[in-house]
Design a protein around this ligand. Structure first.
Ligand code: ZN
Length: 318
């Protein structure tokens, strides 16, 4: 289903290129300092992080585990957002009964929600911390990455890749495998940050969803659609109104222009903010908090203009 392996310098999204040098940005996490080079595709506008990620990038800093501040308050909100993800599938004709796989399941929260909705659900998750956390929810996840997961060919009615694809150096190879697990007509839902969004432009090198160096591929909607099509997956719906990531991403990206630490509130909630500049950043954040409703209204407008900060694309396996 692929066009064959991509040459060096090709765009991992659309396969075009060659990529051209774009910008050098600081690490998005205080635990991952340094400068990271990005290159951009002249065809689809997607970008890649050229500088390799440290081996433990997904275990340090904001990803270091532990319970974030305010997580109990957020729980009902997260349940509502999981239901919305299921509604994207339902609107494209993906309804239980059926077999669903959550790829990159974390601690299995979405697996639990989909099971409660009537799906027969499995999850795969590469981190031992996620798999261990899921046991508390009475959920058994397969500890594996996409490369080494054991899933029968053509066995799935639906799969979800929720903020996973941007973490991969070769998203095409991963998508090739996931597409093979789906039956013909099966649905895939992919959530990623949108480099073609208004908030990506507003945030620049400090865009909240840039998350360098963990994010390896920075997709535009056009680039993601091209990637899906190259792997036999036809996009059927693209959603820009995503309460889970978009208003906060816009607000945080703008506030990051005035704080010393990028995404200070996010890191403070993750117990990951450095002591340096803490009080100044806390004051700037407190002053900016009343503007959260403005960010919500703005992201609704940007979603109507198809420029949301993150997108969810539903695609059907041909
Ligand atoms: Zn491209």
């Amino acid at each position: 289903m692929t066009d064959g392996p991509l040459g060096p310098g090709s765009c991992p999204a659309c396969g075009g290129g060659p990529l051209v040098a774009w910008r050098t940005v600081p690490g998005s996490d205080p635990a991952l300092p340094g400068d990271y080079d990005l290159a951009r595709c002249p065809s689809c506008g997607s970008a890649v992080t050229l500088t390799p990620a440290p081996a433990k990038a997904h275990e340090e800093g904001a990803y270091g585990g532990g319970t974030p501040r305010g997580s109990r308050v957020a729980a009902p909100l997260l349940r509502a957002l999981d239901r919305r993800r299921l509604s994207f599938l339902a609107r494209a004709g993906g309804r239980p009964p059926g077999r669903l796989l959550d790829v990159g399941a974390g601690r299995g929260r979405f697996v639990a929600r989909a099971r409660a909705a009537g799906w027969e659900v499995d999850g795969i998750e590469p981190s031992s911390r996620g798999v261990a956390g899921a046991i508390g929810l009475d959920i058994s996840l397969q500890q594996a990455g996409i490369e080494d997961a054991v899933v029968a060919t053509g066995s799935l009615d639906a799969a979800t890749l929720w903020h996973v694809l941007e973490h991969l150096d070769d998203p095409g190879r991963a998508l090739e495998r996931v597409a093979g697990w789906l039956r013909p007509g099966g649905l895939l839902i992919v959530g990623v940050p949108n480099l073609a969004s208004v908030q990506a432009r507003a945030g620049g090198a400090r865009w909240y969803h840039l998350d360098v160096p963990r994010h390896r591929t920075h997709f535009t909607v056009g680039g993601l659609h091209a990637l899906l099509r190259r792997h036999g997956l036809q996009p059927v719906a693209t959603h820009h109104l995503l309460a889970e990531h978009n208003p906060f991403g816009l607000w945080q990206s703008v506030v990051s222009r005035a704080t010393q630490t990028p995404s200070w509130l996010y890191h403070a909630l993750k117990r990951n903010a450095p002591a340096r500049g803490r009080w100044r950043d806390a004051v700037v954040t407190a002053v900016a908090l009343p503007f959260v409703p403005v960010a919500i209204a703005a992201e609704v407008a940007f979603a109507l203009a198809r420029r949301g900060g993150t997108v969810a694309v539903v695609a059907r396996r041909v």
